[in-house]
Design a binder for this molecule. Structure first.
Ligand code: CIR
Length: 253
């Protein structure tokens, strides 16, 4: 169960965030309201949410998930893979000091984005992507092994991050879409396959037996509900314009 979450408010500089989508510029006021509703949803799942103020210097800093990986035994501060995002992790480290004695870091030339890490109990899947390089993955592996955790790597072909297309919902249930659907490495899970048309909904999060999903993906919502979860939906349209989703906007631990 998670007790805490850390989020950062979006700044007005959000408009200049990195994107590969062609959905237009995010609307700051809408994004702000959506972020507030997202925090409410996390609170509805029973976690205490630390809300950091916006950092205008970093347009993508609302996507805190990429700056750290938080486990039961340690926090690992990343070296984000996008040059323009390097530095976001500094304030996150300060915030995590309140909660963690063991804080580790990924060092250059290693890069790693938290969005590429999926935790399944004591096992961590690492996506090798345009953001997470093999040096970053190796450093991450050495750190985790020190704490008794195990890892596997998965090479990404199409999507930005591993968790763009996957969400572990506990109880062996895996929400999965696109390039990950038929990978043998995920065959042991009860796979809830998300249609290509709803692929954005694969970026959802399990929080204390509830699942927070983006609004507007009824087929996936029905499948997750039928798997036994209470589903909370939040409008994430403004963050989708920057390739971000509901997992990207919090650290949960
Ligand atoms: C980026 O390209 O870094 C941001 N615009 C989106 C980050 C999304 N984060 C995530 O999937 N964990």
């Amino acid at each position: 169960m998670f007790k805490n979450a850390i989020v950062r408010k979006p700044g007005k500089s959000l408009l200049n965030g990195i994107t590969s989508a062609s959905l237009g510029k995010p609307d700051y006021n809408k994004a702000s309201a959506q972020h507030t509703a997202y925090v409410d949803a996390l609170q509805d799942c029973g976690v205490k949410v630390t809300v950091l103020e916006a950092n205008e210097k970093f347009p993508d800093s609302v996507f805190v998930e990429d700056t750290a990986v938080v486990t039961a035994k340690c926090a690992i501060i990343t070296n984000p893979g996008a040059a323009g995002r390097q530095g976001e992790e500094i304030e996150i480290k300060e915030a995590l000091k309140e909660f963690y004695e063991n804080i580790e870091s990924i060092q250059a030339p290693g890069t790693l984005d938290g969005g590429d890490i999926m935790m399944v109990g004591g096992h961590f899947y690492i996506g090798l992507s345009a953001r997470t390089n093999s040096d970053g993955a190796e450093q991450f592996t050495r750190i985790l092994e020190k704490y008794g955790y195990t890892v596997s790597t998965v090479s990404l072909k199409k999507v930005l991050h591993l968790k763009t297309g996957l969400a572990y919902l506990e109880n062996n249930n895996l929400l999965v879409t696109g390039e990950f659907v038929d990978l043998p490495i995920f065959a042991k899970f009860n796979r809830i396959v998300v249609d290509e048309a709803e692929s954005y909904a694969a970026n959802s999060i399990w929080v204390n037996d509830k699942v927070i999903m983006p609004a507007g993906f009824e087929k996936t919502k029905k499948a997750v509900t039928e798997a036994g979860y209470e589903v909370l939906t939040v409008d994430a349209s403004e963050f989708r314009k920057l390739d971000g989703g509901v997992s990207c906007m919090s650290l949960r631990f």
